[in-house]
Design a protein around this ligand. Structure first.
Ligand SMILES: NC(=O)c1ccc[n+]([C@@H]2O[C@H](COP(=O)([O-])OP(=O)(O)OC[C@H]3O[C@@H](n4cnc5c(N)ncnc54)[C@H](O)[C@@H]3O)[C@@H](O)[C@H]2O)c1
Length: 280
């Protein structure tokens, strides 16, 4: 999609972080917006920030894990905007817990938001995107938020890595399958970005003190959200199948290809050290 002016974008998780920044940057380019989030307060804050740009904005309370709610969303959006050109499957969470500490309920929560949310969103909006694709190139696009974690399995992140790898795989499949429908698909792989994601579910971390310490370290090298989103939207303009964002993500992607097994050895040492400190 080479330009966003006068298009309509649906963004899940638009009540904060990356989703809010995507809304802001798209609004600056004249894109109309349907904002979805579980948080009314988050949506209100985003909508307020968008006021100066004069684009049409609608807010929709949605829990992306709720299939029926997601199935009902397109009609609401079409009623306000008349069309959908861009779907940003962005809502996502992470729980920092070892596999042993993660309960089945925790797995269900992460899979619900990070994976089912993407599947429900794509299923619901695909017919509308196909309609736009019939008008020719650059009218329909899907952005799926994967992660650096979509390239590799890491300790304390099994549910996050599993869902983000799945999102990468789905995106690759969709890219090929939707090519003939003139629908672009971009899989986004950021490393650490300055948002609230690491702290949002800290209460569910297996070892909250260790998770908080890691978050403080990560925050020191995390990329600013505006810079990350600018890179992401640039990739969409160029109709890239995927975009890797941040030095950390580039390094992980490269080393995983070069040293597919050996790369996991330092992770094993780090995890053992953490477990030892926890029990001593
Ligand atoms: N921040 C990073 O370092 C980073 C790195 C790689 C990938 N990502 C991905 O980017 C996406 C956005 O993350 P972020 O960093 O902006 O997170 P964030 O926590 O700052 O924002 C997430 C937003 O999603 C909303 N949300 C949470 N659960 C929801 C649900 N069930 N239904 C609807 N909305 C829900 C939250 O209310 C919030 O507004 C996620 O998919 C995340 O995995 C983030």
């Amino acid at each position: 999609m080479n330009n966003f002016n006068n298009k309509v974008a649906v963004i899940t998780g638009a009540g904060g972080g990356i989703g809010r920044e995507v809304a802001l940057q798209l609004a600056k380019e004249g894109c109309h917006l349907a904002l979805g989030d579980i948080s009314q307060q988050g949506l209100d804050e985003t909508a307020k920030l968008l006021e100066p740009y004069g684009v049409k904005v609608s807010c929709h309370i949605v829990d992306v894990t709720d299939r029926k709610r997601m199935e009902a969303l397109p009609e609401e959006v079409i009623e306000v905007h008349g069309a959908v050109n861009l779907l940003v499957n962005n809502a996502g969470i992470t729980l920092q817990s070892s596999f042993s500490d993660l309960s089945i309920e925790h797995w269900e929560l992460v899979i619900g938001i990070n994976l089912w949310g993407v599947i429900y969103g794509t299923k619901a909006f695909l017919p509308y995107l196909k309609e736009q694709g019939k008008k020719g190139l650059d009218n329909a696009h899907i952005i799926n938020m994967s992660s650096l974690a979509g390239f590799i399995g890491m300790p304390n992140q099994s549910s996050y890595c599993a869902t983000k790898s799945a999102v990468r795989a789905i995106s690759e499949t969709l890219w090929a399958e939707l090519h003939m429908d003139n629908i672009g698909v971009t899989s986004v792989h950021p490393g650490a970005i300055k948002t609230n994601i690491l702290n949002a579910h800290l209460d569910k971390a297996g070892n909250p003190a260790n998770a908080a310490a890691i978050n403080r370290k990560v925050d020191k090298f995390a990329m600013d959200t505006d810079k990350a989103v600018a890179k992401m939207l640039n990739a969409v303009r160029k109709n890239k199948q995927r975009v890797v964002i941040g030095t950390d993500s580039h390094l992980v992607e490269k080393f995983k290809r070069l040293l597919p097994s050996a790369i996991h050895k330092p992770f094993a040492k780090m995890f053992a050290k953490e477990q030892l400190a926890r029990t001593s």
